[in-house]
Design a protein around this ligand. Structure first.
Ligand code: ZN
Ligand code: ZN
Ligand code: ZN
Length: 374
């Protein structure tokens, strides 16, 4: 997690914290306990440079001022965060009990939402200090907390998408045949940074049979003439995420490779066209999946169609069967169907899409035709 250069001020963070506390109350919670990570960045702009065993936690309780409990030695850093003017800093010094200090802020019989990535030792410490409290996963309790992006967030996501697109336009010109996957991945990483990313989260280069493994990261395999190569890359630019996939072919593809690529492109288009306000997330998955299943490749599409994106590159909402959450203007997520033929090759095409008032808008717009590389 790196700091965010996002153009948000104390008022933005105050509004986010108020909304989070209100939403928590609506969900029957006495408050939220937010650990360092994406929720804390989104709520306060604060990302500790190193997350240590010392307790840092944002306490949000409906109707009360937010409090950030921090170790004394990290308090000067925390004081610089853009959202800090909208909260009270309460520091604790080594040798003192941080759980007692936090417990003093909490309803002793309440149920609290706690960050999924909070350390178990901190949750255990709080439970020991307040044995009658109970806890729920913050993401389960408030899955849509960060899902609907405001105008400024959408601009940042669009800029991150444009930087990923610029990366693709460059990577398609580099030599593939005879180089290792890891060499092309290093190029991707350099390009993402050159186009403004401060953090690279993944640079998947999955050539030939490796392409049949959707999460194949990068290996030492030497890319050959005739390979399909799945490229999937992204990270954070100015605090907001990019994530795009294109599948390229080294030299002329076979008819089957072209057919499978066309199929995935059609599925991606169908998923995109399903996007509009009020439609359940699962309908986006169904629309993309129906195309692939209709062509007899259903069993080779082995993952959900998409995931949300914001201050992280994977977050709710998920475009998956069973997710009935309706789409709302401002939501941003991937539409990324794929076909994976074990031992042979894979194809995935992925764009980030945002929900508009009457449909969807892509934040990635490089060609979805099969690109031939050298
Ligand atoms: Zn081929
Ligand atoms: Zn991706
Ligand atoms: Zn993705």
């Amino acid at each position: 997690m790196t700091g965010t250069a996002a153009p948000f001020g104390a008022d933005d963070y105050r509004a986010r914290m108020e909304r989070a506390a209100r939403t928590a109350a609506d969900a029957g919670l006495a408050g939220l306990l937010v650990a360092p990570g994406p929720d804390l960045v989104w709520l306060t702009g604060y990302a500790p440079t190193a997350v240590t065993e010392r307790l840092t936690v944002l306490v949000l309780t409906p109707g009360r001022d937010p409090v950030l409990v921090v170790p004394t030695l990290e308090a000067p850093d925390a004081a610089k965060a853009a959202g800090t003017p909208a909260l009270t800093l309460r520091d604790w010094t080594d040798g003192k009990d941080p759980y007692a200090a936090t417990a003093a802020l909490l309803d002793s019989t309440g149920r609290f939402g706690i960050s999924d990535n909070a350390w178990a030792m901190h949750l255990l410490g709080l439970q020991k200090a307040l044995p009658r409290t109970s806890y729920a996963s913050l993401t389960d309790a408030l899955p849509m907390l960060r899902a609907v992006k405001d105008e400024a967030e959408l601009r940042l996501l669009a800029a991150a998408g444009a930087a990923a697109d610029a990366t693709f336009e460059e990577i398609r010109k580099v030599p593939f045949a005879g180089r290792k996957e890891s060499d092309v991945a290093a190029d991707l990483s350099d390009l993402l940074r050159r186009y403004g990313h401060s953090q690279v989260d993944f640079t998947i280069v999955a050539s030939g049979p490796n392409g049949a493994n959707p999460h194949h990261e990068v290996g030492e395999r030497v890319i050959e003439h005739g390979d399909m190569v799945v490229l999937d890359f992204g990270g954070l630019k100015d605090g907001y995420g990019s994530d795009t996939s294109r599948t390229v072919h080294v030299g002329e593809p076979t008819d089957e490779e072209r057919r499978v690529h066309d199929l995935v492109r059609e599925a991606q288009e169908a998923g995109f066209r399903a996007v509009r306000p009020g439609v359940a997330c699962q309908e986006v998955d169904r629309a993309a999946r129906a195309v692939i299943a209709g062509a007899g490749y259903g069993e080779y599409f082995i993952h959900r169609t998409g995931h949300g994106i914001g201050v992280t590159t994977h977050e709710p909402p998920y475009m998956i069967e069973g997710e009935e959450q309706p789409l709302v203007p401002g939501m941003c997520f991937s539409v990324e169907p794929g076909v994976y033929l074990p031992g042979r090759f894979g194809v995935r095409i992925e764009d980030i899409v945002t929900v508009t008032e009457d449909g969807g808008r892509r934040l990635n717009d490089t060609t979805r035709e099969l690109v031939i590389v050298n």
